[in-house]
Design a protein around this ligand. Structure first.
Ligand SMILES: *Cc1c(COP(=O)(O)O)cnc(C)c1O
Length: 415
């Protein structure tokens, strides 16, 4: 009866049911007991085009028939070469080097190590990382260290390293944020890392492209490396290929993962500019980049990502993203007119708001109650505390999107 599986971010002691999913297609999951569940959060933000995109599935099957996995130190393979060339062609030109890993968290760890390696190899070591309040960069020790501290990582606090934190640029406080960044940059930190335009796990907090551009300019002025964590924001999520594109910003280091394979299979890439790579380029082995994971650039995952790039090249993905953004806005507006919600906002395909009016003591229980309510009505939602967001795959149709908002309206008016 009881399963040996230990699920992520799950309190097994509460005995909450865990549906058995047997199949996924487009914007929907199907469970063993025959329920169809609309995936309103793109399976934790990874699924871009939709589940089971035929081209990505075919690429995986074909690659699995020829080369499953090889060591990537001292050897290479066609899917990784094609993917790296494709990424360099697609992303802003200064990002000319591609380092593969397996998850968003490891892409961030790699970015931090590249930044520190850059300074160490120039014989001018720097260690301090500047971060933004409310940020999330992953759950490994380094990624937790540069993310917001809270109940999620309280037990691990003694293992986390110190960082310099600038305030989130809330409306009216933008100059405080910029001044804080400027002040920290004067003390020669190694790098500033930021989620461009929207902080995801921190509560879908949005700031203006002009601010991102100003933060980038401050780092450039002080010679501080600028790392963009686009693990959530890339691949059209914010309306453009990269969120940085909306600000005309090119980072020194770029982290990609979630939508890199269209969300089908794990893969990550950390892209770097020539100066970062060149700082590690030498005839001295002691200056190489000391990082690897067993499955670096797994050929099957790379083939899936190559198929994703082909979809971006051949299909009108950005037009789909723009249309979904408009439909999200219409649904959000209509919801706000029929029930009481706070701070409705949207960035590209992501719509978010806070549940209004609830007593503070309520908040702890509202997210699991909404999750259960939605699941019973065939929608996968997973609020961040009192912050509700809808982030569906780009293929979602009007009926399914409408059903998500109808469920939200029903929950809020009945609560
Ligand atoms: C999800 C996320 C990560 C971590 O990615 P994993 O694949 O879960 O390790 C890092 N940064 C951001 C901005 C994310 O949203």
């Amino acid at each position: 009866m009881s399963s040996p599986v230990w699920h992520p971010f799950t309190q097994h002691g509460l005995g909450e049911p865990i549906p058995l999913v047997t199949r996924a297609e487009g914007a929907a999951l199907h469970t063993a007991d025959g329920q169809r569940i609309v995936d309103a959060i793109s399976s934790w933000w990874v699924t871009t085009h939709g589940h089971g995109h035929p081209r990505i599935m075919a690429a995986i099957a074909e690659q699995a028939g020829t080369l499953d996995q090889i060591i990537f130190a001292g050897y290479t393979h066609e899917p990784a070469e094609t993917l790296a060339a494709g990424l360099v062609a697609m992303m802003p030109a200064p990002l000319a080097h591609v380092f593969f890993s397996d998850s968003g968290s490891t892409s961030v760890e790699v970015a931090l190590k590249m930044a520190l390696g850059f300074w160490a190899n120039r014989n001018a070591p720097r260690h301090r990382i500047v971060v933004m309040e409310h940020s999330y960069h992953g759950d490994t020790i380094g990624a937790m260290s540069i993310g917001a501290r809270g109940v999620f990582n309280q037990a691990y606090g003694p293992l986390l390293f110190d960082v310099a934190t600038i305030p989130f640029p809330a409306a009216g406080c933008e100059q405080t944020t910029l001044d804080a960044l400027e002040a920290h940059c004067r003390e020669a930190p190694a790098a500033f890392i930021v989620e461009p335009l929207i902080l995801g796990a921190g509560g879908m907090l949005i700031y203006a492209p002009a601010l991102l551009a100003e933060m980038r300019a401050i780092c450039a002025r002080h010679g501080v490396l600028f790392i963009a964590d686009e693990v959530m924001t890339a691949w059209g999520r914010t309306g453009t290929l990269l969120a940085c594109d909306q600000a005309g910003v090119v980072p020194d280091i770029l982290c990609l993962s979630k939508g890199l394979t269209g969300g089908a299979i794990p893969l990550a890439a950390t892209l770097a500019t020539a100066p970062i790579f060149d700082a590690h380029f030498s005839d001295d082995r002691a200056r190489m980049f000391f990082h690897s994971s067993s499955y670096t650039a797994n050929p099957i995952a790379c083939a899936a990502a190559v198929a994703n790039l082909a979809i971006w090249r051949d299909e009108p993905v950005l037009a789909r993203v723009a249309a979904l953004g408009l439909r999200q806005q219409q649904q959000l507006d209509a919801l706000g007119q029929s029930v009481d919600i706070a701070n409705p906002r949207r960035m590209g395909t992501i719509a978010a708001f806070e549940l209004a009016g609830g007593a503070a003591g309520y908040l702890a229980s509202v997210a699991p109650r909404l999750m259960a309510f939605a699941r019973a009505r065939g929608a996968l939602l997973r609020p961040l505390g009192a912050t509700v967001y809808v982030m569906p795959p780009y293929c979602i149709d009007d009926d399914d999107l409408g059903a998500i908002y109808a469920t939200l309206g029903e929950f809020i008016s009945g609560d």
